[in-house]
Design a protein around this ligand. Structure first.
Ligand SMILES: [Cu+2]
Length: 191
């Protein structure tokens, strides 16, 4: 039998060295964990990110019969506080309304759901990206500074017609929007 321990380091010393190295790695692992928890905490507090405080539901079967998502309530609504709520539905294979009218420089809340399967709600050139899940209401606050048009492709595969499922967002000057809102309860840019 050969002894692999070098003469200069008796077995005890080798074990001690191994323990030291192990402690060092354990400390490094804990430090990495602490760093990530600290980063996540900072990001959450800094961005005021909170776990969703509530889950809002909407029955896809009765969506068109009553409640928030009946046809006559879809589109953009000017609220008393000057903000705008945009309500929409995704269904195979379109969005209703298919063109959403939005004022610039105004707090916007999107509220949308699906009437059938999972759809995607994405506005190009922004970080707005939601899933529309049947049974649940997806909600997101946004603000658009400059007028213009943006596309809204469905980005969750929803069936054979998925590739043709596109909506549009038209951002207009807030004064123009206010004039239109004076004469109509719900606005869209569907012609
Ligand atoms: Cu879709």
């Amino acid at each position: 039998m050969t002894d692999t321990t070098p003469l200069s380091s008796p077995p005890d010393a080798a074990a001690e060295r191994a323990e030291r190295v192990e402690h060092r790695w354990a400390t490094a692992a804990v430090a990495i964990l602490v760093l990530f928890v600290a980063l996540a905490t900072f990001a959450a507090l800094h961005l005021a990110a909170m776990p969703q405080s509530r889950v809002e539901t909407a029955d896809p079967i009765t969506l068109h019969l009553d409640g928030e998502f009946i046809d006559s309530n879809l589109g953009s609504a000017l609220e008393p506080d000057g903000s705008v709520i945009v309500r929409g539905i995704g269904q195979q294979y379109s969005f209703t309304p298919s063109c959403m009218l939005i004022p610039n420089d105004t707090p916007i809340t999107f509220r949308a759901t699906s009437a059938d399967v999972v759809h995607g709600f994405l506005i190009t050139g922004t970080n707005i990206n939601l899933m529309l899940v049947p049974g649940y209401i997806s909600s997101l606050n946004a603000r658009f500074e400059t007028p213009g048009e943006r596309l809204m492709p469905c980005h969750e595969f929803c069936g054979v017609g998925h590739e043709g499922m596109w909506g549009r967002i038209k951002i207009v000057d807030k004064a123009v929007f206010a004039r239109l809102a004076a004469s109509r309860r719900r606005l869209s840019c569907v012609e």
